[in-house]
Design a protein around this ligand. Sequence first.
Ligand SMILES: [Zn+2]
Length: 401
Amino acid sequence: MGLSLELFRSAPRYLAARAVGGKAPGLVAGPLAPLRLASPRDPEPRGDGWTRVKPVLSGICGSDLATLGGKSSFYFSPLVSLPFVPGHEVVGEVIDDVDGLSAGDRVVLASVLACATRGLEPCASCRAGLFNRCDSVATGDLKAGLQTGYCADTGGGWSRMMLAHRSQLHPIPAAMDERVAVLIEPFACAIHAAMRANVPDGGSVFVVGAGTVGILTLLAVKLLTRPDHVIVAAKHARQRAAARLAGADVVVVPDHAVKAVRRSEHAMKLTPERGMDFLLGGVDVAIESTGSKSALDLALRTTRAGGRVVLSGIPGPGADLTPVWFRELELAGAYTSGTERVGDADRNTFDMAIELASGLPMLADMVGATYPLDRWREAIDHALGAGRLGTFKVAFAPQET
Ligand SMILES: [Zn+2]
C-alpha cells in the first residue's frame, strides 16, 4: 500500500485571511487544511522515458506553504491539476532502469514538467534549454501542472512513490549527504536568481531575506559573481548568523536596512508622508527572496536608478511599483532553473548546483528537521514557523514511520 499527502481542493480563502505570515500556523495545518493523508495504490510505471522514484527526503517549500494557506495567486489555477501530491524538492531512488539510470541510483529532481515529459516536440524555450520557460506546461500527455508537485498524473515528493521523467532526473555523487541533496533544487533556483541578477563586477548587491532561499542565493552570488559587497536583511538572529557565515559583508534587521544601504552606498534617504523610507542612490542589484510585500517594497526602495530587482520569491500582492517607474528599475523574475550562460558556455543549472554543493557539505546543517508523512501537521507547523524557530529547511522523510 502506498502513502502520500494529497492536496484535494483549493485552500479556502478564509485561511488566507487569517493565516497571513504564518501567524496562525495551527490553522493551516488544522482540520480545515486542504491536505490529507491518503493510501493510494502505488503508481504503475508510465512507459518509455519514465521511472518510478522512491523519495528519500522531500523538502517543504515556501510555495507549498502558500498553496496550503490559500495565499497563492489564482493565476496558478489553470497551471495545476487536482488532486495532486505536493513536493518538488526531492532526493530519491530510481526504481525502474531508464536511459543510463539503474534501479537504486540516487537522483534529484528538476521539477518543471516541460515538453519532454509531455511527449511534445520542444517549444522554443525548451529548444534553448530554458525548460523553466516552457510554454507547454498545461498541454500534452500529462494533465496541467507547472511542476511535479502540482500535477495529478505524476505524484509528488510527499509520498512513498512517485513518477519522474528521465529528463527531470540528475544522479548525485555517492558521497553526497541526502540532506545536502534535498537542497539541490532550491540551490539551483538560487543559482538561477544569482545569474538573472546580472551583477556588475565590483557592484553592490542587496539580498532581502535570509531563509533557505536567501542564504542559498547569497552563496550563489558569492560563488558565481564578483560584487564588491553584499548586504543582507534578515528578520531572525539565526538567519543573520548564517548570512555572516555565508559571506555577507553587512547584515541588518529589515527595519534598519534602508539606513544601512544609505550608508554603504552613500545614498540620500527620503521619508514619504506614509510608508517606508526610500533612497536616491542605492545598490546596483536587489534580490527579493521571501515573497512578502514588505520585502519587495524594501528592495524597490533601496535600488539605485537604472538598477535591477530580481523576484526570487513568488511576489506577494500589493507592493508599490512607483520606484520601478521613477527610478527606471529593471524588474526580473527568477523562476526555478534551466540553463545558464557562464562565460562562453551554456550550463545546466542542476549540474552547477550539484557541483557547487559537493564542495559545501556544511549545507546539510540547513535541514533542521525531518518528519515521516503521518506527522504532516507537525511538519507544516514547523515549516510555517521555521524562521522564528531558527530552522531553515524542514523536509519529509517519506520512507520513515
Ligand atoms: Zn517546452
